[in-house]
Design a protein. Structure first.
Length: 111
């Protein structure tokens, strides 16, 4: 969050924008992890937690994309609103991360 809220000057914006562009499009590691986990099961024995885990990991990806998108508006015409959105995004992430971790524990337990 400090990187987003305290970019310092206009010269640092391109670096943040480059990171955002990569973060918003680089989903291969998550897809690889899902395929690896999914390969341990067949359609007959796949626990429901696999689809829960996939959906909640998608929520985490969306959280990061939303944080990055809202961060682009910091230091813009409506800076105060943008900063508030960034802080809300940051507060939301730990809950969503814990949910995904709980799903992963259920997958590991075969539930």
């Amino acid at each position: 969050m400090p990187v987003i809220l305290n970019r310092g000057n206009a010269d640092s914006y391109p670096a943040f924008h480059s990171w955002y562009e990569k973060a918003a499009t680089d989903v291969k590691p998550g897809m690889d992890a899902f395929k690896k986990g999914d390969a341990y099961f067949t359609a007959d024995d796949e626990p429901a937690s696999i689809s829960d885990w996939q959906g909640d990991n998608g929520t985490l990806s969306a959280d990061i994309a939303q944080l990055a998108s809202d961060g682009l508006d910091v230091r813009g015409p409506d800076d105060a609103t943008a900063r508030q959105k960034v802080q809300e995004d940051v507060r939301k992430f730990p809950h969503d991360f814990q949910t995904a971790e709980a799903d992963a524990d259920k997958v590991a337990a075969g539930k």
